[in-house]
Design a protein around this ligand. Structure first.
Ligand SMILES: [Zn+2]
Ligand SMILES: [Zn+2]
Length: 141
């Protein structure tokens, strides 16, 4: 278990600044259709806890992307800011949002069964299929 790190950055146009003090340095990659459509490629996300210091909140648009999560982006420049779990308020922020962070590592890849043939990460990490991800996170009925 690695220590949490802190990061601070802004969107491309500078309207939104985010500071996170509890960033896990372990990247979760998501190959699902929705993430790839949103970002043009797989999402590389850092879990950032529930507490963020945000400036320029009025420029953040939040898209209700599924029953369990929503996605925030800058209304002015379109920079992807976060994925937020509705139930817990937990934020994931794209690793690329924090260009200064060092020592990040890919820990797990979600929806490995949805990964298209045209790319592949050479570093080894745990992989979970969509069914395995849903089994892990599906809310208890
Ligand atoms: Zn912006
Ligand atoms: Zn995804």
């Amino acid at each position: 278990m690695k220590d949490f790190v802190s990061g601070e950055s802004s969107c491309l146009c500078g309207s939104v600044k985010i500071k996170a003090n509890n960033i896990s340095p372990n990247i979760t990659v998501c190959h699902c259709d929705m993430c790839r459509k949103w970002g043009g490629g797989p999402a590389l996300a850092l879990q950032c806890g529930t507490e963020l210091e945000i400036e320029g909140d009025d420029q953040i648009h939040v898209f209700d992307s599924s029953e369990w999560a929503e996605r925030g982006f800058c209304a002015n420049c379109g920079t992807h800011l976060f994925y937020r779990i509705k139930g817990t308020g937990e934020y994931s922020i794209p690793a690329g949002f924090f260009p200064e962070l060092k020592g990040l590592e890919i820990e797990v890849q979600y929806f490995s069964d949805k990964r298209p043939d045209y790319y592949c990460f050479t570093n080894k990490s745990k992989e979970l299929t969509g069914a395995e991800v849903f089994a892990m996170y599906a809310p208890e009925k």
